[in-house]
Design a protein around this ligand. Sequence first.
Ligand code: NAP
Length: 285
Amino acid sequence: MTARLLSGKEAAAAVEAEVAERVAALAAQGKTVGLATILVGEEPASQIYVRGKHRAATRAGMRSFDHVLAAETPPADLERLIDRLNADPAVDAILLQIPLPGGLDPLPFVERLDPGKDADGLHPVNLGRLLLGRPGLRPATPAGILRLLDHYAIDTRGAFVVVVGRSFLVGRPLAVLLSLKGRDATVAVAHTATADLRGLTRQADILVAAAGRPGLIGPEHVRPGAVVIDVGINRTADGLAGDVDFAAVAEIAGAITPVPGGVGPMTIAGLLENTVAAAEARAGQ
Ligand code: NAP
């Protein structure tokens, strides 16, 4: 492998240490930071993600409140829980783990969250602030990716970034964040109707794969020396895989994230940053 390995574990540990200091500063004023998580159903991957989030919150000195609802919970009960957590002074941020079971649309529930307690930064108020370039809680995965680039001093200014995937969770908010003044990237967003994916991705200085398709990005998609960020988490017969053919792409890329241990830990870091930011705002700081 010739590419530099961009370790999300290492970068996330640095973010966690910063968050822990901010949590301790609030604790010194008598304020315990609280994160509530809501998991609906028993999807094993979601259970693992939520457990990881609890562990990270505890490491950072936060209190975490775990709410697990059965897959068949009526939507009205989930709404009531959200209302209760919105009103609970011990809860600074709420994470609703998505996807919801049975293909239930998560957006009405995300919209029900108090935007000031929106741990994943996906409430329309926060997405609107993002579009306006105003401060707010940022979508955790895109924010984590920016922190990863910062940790490894990868400058986005003037860079051509191609983001493969346009979900509201990853691709679209990441494209907006990268194009804001200060980040100053030129961004293209690819999706299933993109005419010549390979022709486009080969132009990228920074290529972000967030499609959820194992092996979608091979060496033929990558310009030699490019930075490759693999957001994909796909369960395959051979175990966990990203969207990038890691072994082959690592031979020509300049830098690359692994799966696991790349963007995953950075998403948790983004969540912790939002949680402490929400607590600081509630404490009037
Ligand atoms: P999603 O909602 O399914 O969106 C996937 C996007 O990729 C869509 O915009 C889709 O295009 C596009 N796409 C799919 N196949 C493509 C192809 N062959 N060529 C070009 N574009 C293609 O998924 P998501 O929620 O954004 O998640 C994407 C992946 O990231 C998943 O593997 C997920 O598990 C992972 N993820 C990881 C983290 C983390 O912390 N590491 C966090 C969130 C998500 P259309 O819009 O045209 O359908």
